[in-house]
Design a protein around this ligand. Structure first.
Ligand code: AMP
Length: 557
């Protein structure tokens, strides 16, 4: 019996640099090439210009007294300043706490308090969020405080706030002021600070989307995320000639690691199409910037494919990209290849706690494997699939996926209990995802273990039923959940989003199932929707769908 265990091979060693050193090397190597384009801000930087901005911000942070190990929060949608703060904080050794831009006051308070942030960089407004207003609500002392000497009752460690607004209200330090502050720190002092940092130090806290309970702060080092960005970019074959459109949020590792660090380690251009995801902005960015690569979670690609049904965009320069973040439906992958000119698109699988990517399909994998699996173990990492007793299962059997290696987080910030629950003594991160490994080491993700449905004693994997409905021509997107049922233990509910203009009903979808899938997998209920409850990172909140369906169907048993 061959156990479900593999180790990712590569002849390329891991990088030992700090993020700041890797950034400086790229600035030196590609000074005049384009580094960053933020289209909604009409901003463009060469590597030399970006390097200047990053150094200026880093010197200003030192002038503000930000010390290595201090926590610096950022609460903003995608923008050029986000990228500048990411690399400036890495240079001064501050731990960047990336805060979800759609958090509201109580969630923000939790993240700032739990991480003990000393400073926070914030946007002014985004969609329905008024960041200044929420901060004033949380910090009534703010308006009367001098930036840098805030004395808050609720957040005693917070010293000051930097606003990205051109003229922020009282109490906030304006972003533009950083240029003046930087003059107080000689360049040599910044260099000295940088050279005192080590790659194993914590540099980032990312609160995991956590579908229930309080978010946990995955704490990641330079080595963790720099190498992950580097190896993801290697898999894509990125170079200084590539231009990557990043519509995924920067606060999440998909944006800041796979996107920003993937580009920085290869000299490729980072392109932000919009502050938050808009399918048109993403496709326009590809067409107008001559992009070679595009990232997205499945729902983003689905929205782009829907737009392409109505309108043409020149995607002729695209070659590759990544779909990741949640189950990547086979039919959607096929369409991305055939209709978006992304012949080399790859699937990546991972989680914040593993920096994030631990498995990825490769450019040489055959089409079938590239659309149906999440590929093989990334270089320098190990994967195994275990049973309920922690023993590796034979190949082909379904169990929990675990990851070990350089990418595994240092731990959850100030939460040893949660760390011990998911990271075992041998260094394996237990993902909570159900997976299956074939003889060649390719892994299929079957779903989250807690999303599995047991109906009448039969295990039903929502993913399998979802994949089946994607083959129906009227179905744009579909999510399958289980809800409690007196007779069968659980019953299956499908939430379906149809393509524009399509009108099929539940009976038609049930008829479509007949003789095509086993009767116990056929959903009893269908709900037609325009959207799904979702996090900003494109993760469907199945627990919310369950709540809604239980409520709606409570009289129906
Ligand atoms: P996060 O920490 O927010 O990145 O979420 C990690 C979770 O996203 C994983 O544990 C998986 O459940 C899910 N996930 C990420 N990528 C994939 C993928 N390619 N296929 C299936 N699930 C995925």
């Amino acid at each position: 019996m061959q156990p479900s265990y593999t180790r990712g091979q590569s002849d390329k060693p891991l990088l030992n640099d700090t993020i700041g050193a890797a950034f400086d090397a790229t600035v030196a190597a590609f000074a005049e090439r384009e580094a960053l384009v933020s289209r909604h801000q009409d901003a463009r930087y060469s590597w030399a210009e970006l390097g200047e901005q990053v150094d200026q911000c880093a010197r200003a942070l030192i002038a503000l007294g930000v010390a290595p190990g201090d926590r610096l929060g950022i609460w903003a949608p995608n923008c050029a300043q986000w990228c500048i703060v990411q690399f400036a904080s890495a240079k001064v050794g501050a731990i960047l706490v990336t805060i979800n831009p759609s958090y509201r006051v109580s969630e923000l308070e939790y993240a700032l308090k739990q991480s003990g942030c000393a400073w926070l960089v914030c946007a002014d407004t985004f969609k329905t969020s008024d960041y200044h207003g929420m901060l004033n609500q949380l910090l009534p002392e703010l308006a009367a405080a001098q930036p840098g000497s805030l004395n808050s009752e609720r957040l005693p460690l917070l010293r000051g706030l930097i606003s990205l607004a051109p003229r922020p209200p009282a109490g906030f330090l304006a972003w533009a002021e950083l240029a003046r502050l930087a003059e107080r720190t000689p360049v040599a002092r910044l260099r000295e600070r940088q050279s005192g940092l080590s790659a194993d130090q914590a540099i980032n806290i990312q609160y995991t989307s956590g579908t229930t309970g309080f978010p946990k702060g995955a704490t990641l080092s330079h080595r963790n995320i720099l190498n992950n960005g580097y190896l993801v970019g290697e898999s894509l074959g990125l170079s200084e000639h590539d231009r990557l459109v990043i519509p995924v949020p920067l606060y999440h590792c998909f944006g800041m690691v796979m996107g920003n660090l993937g580009c920085v380690t290869h000299g490729a251009t980072m392109i932000y199409p919009s502050a938050g995801f808009e399918p048109r902005a993403a496709l326009e960015a590809v067409a107008e910037e001559g992009a070679t690569a595009l990232y997205g979670v499945p729902t983003m690609f689905i929205a782009e494919l829907d737009l392409l049904r109505e309108e043409a965009f020149d995607l002729s320069t695209l070659r590759t990209g990544i779909m990741a973040g949640t189950t990547c439906p086979i039919e959607v992958m096929k369409k991305v290849i055939s209709e978006m000119n992304m012949a080399e698109v790859q699937i990546a699988y991972g989680m914040t706690e593993t920096s994030p990517v631990s498995l990825q399909t490769g450019p040489d994998d055959d089409l079938e494997l590239r659309v149906t699996t999440v590929g093989r173990t990334q270089p320098h990492l190990e994967s195994k699939i275990i049973d309920a007793h922690g023993e590796p299962l034979p190949r082909g059997e379904i169990g929990e996926l675990c990851t070990r290696g350089y990418s595994v987080m240092l731990g959850y910030w100030h939460n040893d209990k949660a760390t011990a629950e998911s990271l075992d003594a041998e260094g394996w991160m237990h993902t909570g995802d159900l997976a299956q490994m074939d003889d060649a080491g390719y892994v299929k993700i079957v779903g989250r273990s807690k999303d599995m449905i047991i109906r009448g004693g039969e295990n039903v994997y929502p993913r399998e039923v979802e994949e089946f409905f994607y083959t129906h021509p009227a179905v744009a997107d579909v999510q399958v959940i289980g809800i409690p049922d007196q007779k069968y233990g659980e019953e299956i509910v499908a939430w379906v989003k149809l393509h524009p203009g399509e009108t099929v009903d539940a009976d038609a979808l049930k008829a479509f199932c007949k003789d095509r899938i086993a009767h116990f997998k056929v959903p009893r209920h269908f709900r037609f929707v325009e959207d799904f409850p979702m996090t900003v990172t494109g993760k469907i909140q199945k627990f919310r769908m369950r709540e809604v369906s239980i409520e709606e169907l409570s009289g129906d048993q």
